[in-house]
Structures are given as C-alpha cells and as structure tokens.
Ligand binder design. Sequence first.
Ligand SMILES: CC(C)(COP(=O)(O)OP(=O)(O)OC[C@H]1O[C@@H](n2cnc3c(N)ncnc32)[C@H](O)[C@@H]1OP(=O)(O)O)[C@@H](O)C(=O)NCCC(=O)NCCS
Length: 189
Amino acid sequence: MQIIETERLILRPFREGDAADLFAYLRAPAATCFLSLKLADLAEAEAEVRKRALDEGSVAICLKQTGQVIGDLFSGAGEGEEDETASVGWNLNPQFGGRGYAFEAARAFCDHLFRAKDFRRLYAYVEDHNTPSQRLCEKLGMRREGVFIEFVSFTKDDAGHPIYENTLQYAILRREWLSGVPAIWQPPG
Ligand SMILES: CC(C)(COP(=O)(O)OP(=O)(O)OC[C@H]1O[C@@H](n2cnc3c(N)ncnc32)[C@H](O)[C@@H]1OP(=O)(O)O)[C@@H](O)C(=O)NCCC(=O)NCCS
C-alpha cells in the first residue's frame, strides 16, 4: 500500500527492523480476539513481520517523530464476501493508548480504503466488552448494525470448554463516509 501521512503518524507496510516494536505489544495481546497472534520471542516477531510485509492488508502505525511502530491496522475481504466489502481492525500498543493515535490512524486508513481502493462498505467486529474499540467505531461514524450472541470463542474455561463472546458488528458505507450523511433504513412495505 502507499504510505499515508497524518499529523502525527506515518502508515506504511511492515518492513525488516519492525520486530522489536511488534513484539512489544504482541508478547501479551490486550484483546482476546488477538490472543492467537501472541508472539513467544523476537524470532517469532521477525517471522511475523516478514509475513505482514507481504500482506497488502497489513499496515504499521508509526510515530512520525521517532519512527517507532506503535500499532497496526488491517483490512481484508472475507471468503465469499462481496468484492467491494472489507473488514477493518486495529491494534495499538497499550503504552500509546488514550492519545488519539488509533482514531487518527483509523480515520486515514478508512479514507484510503474508500477513496483510493474504492471499497463500498467497511465493517468491524468488536466484542461487547471492548468499549475502547466500540468508541473508536462510533467516532469513525460507523453504525452499530447488530449483535451476534455467543458468536466466537478465543479462550477456554478451566474445564477446557470454550468461552463464547458476544460480538457487535459496526459498518459504514462509502457514500456515508464521503457525505457525512447516515443512510436511513426503512422496513420494506
Ligand atoms: C481499540 C484501541 C485501538 C483504541 O485505542 P484508543 O487509544 O483508546 O483510541 P483513540 O485513538 O480513539 O484515543 C482515545 C482517547 O484519546 C484521547 N486523546 C488524547 N489526546 C488526544 C489527541 N491529541 N487527539 C485526539 N484524541 C486524544 C481522546 O480523548 C480519546 O478519548 P475519547 O474516546 O473519550 O474521545 C485500543 O484500545 C487497542 O488497541 N486495544 C487493544 C486491541 C483491540 O481491542 N483492538 C480492537 C479489536 S475489535
């Protein structure tokens, strides 16, 4: 993807040299949905960086001032999904939370996906206990479209049974993003 510059950040593909910064937050993922991304050591982080460097949908969020990778964004089209639809997600090093970096990065990323990549609809899945991510979706103007009860499991209880989580779906259309006018849904008939 092309490099995107915002007021405080650079969004760019992952590249060699990013492993230590990625390991800093993926050694202990803050969100249950990213537990499968947990990295054991720097060697795993280096392999993960190499993988991400080849992935068009994977974006490193860097501080303009220092060049440090402070988190990442990703987009992807699910199997069997409409061509012009993509999911979006974000993962910030907790050390850099609460400073507006996630919003600054996600807003520029969505704008890029709508304007440069011509996506028609972007959506995000967010667990019902993940308030910071829900707030981010709402600040981006995404609509809460529904909740899937006991939709997915990322962890198990002591007896080894899956713990299911309730997942909210948020979405926004390109025409809403460009116009700032929310689409209105009316039941047919
Ligand atoms: C979800 C996540 C990206 C949100 O990060 P965040 O730092 O809380 O989000 P924001 O960038 O919107 O910043 C939040 C706060 O920074 C504050 N802030 C401080 N300085 C600011 C500045 N200069 N500009 C803008 N906001 C600023 C804002 O007040 C904002 O609070 P608000 O939401 O009450 O308005 C982060 O919690 C995270 O990575 N969590 C772990 C992974 C995860 O859960 N991913 C999503 C899975 S669905």
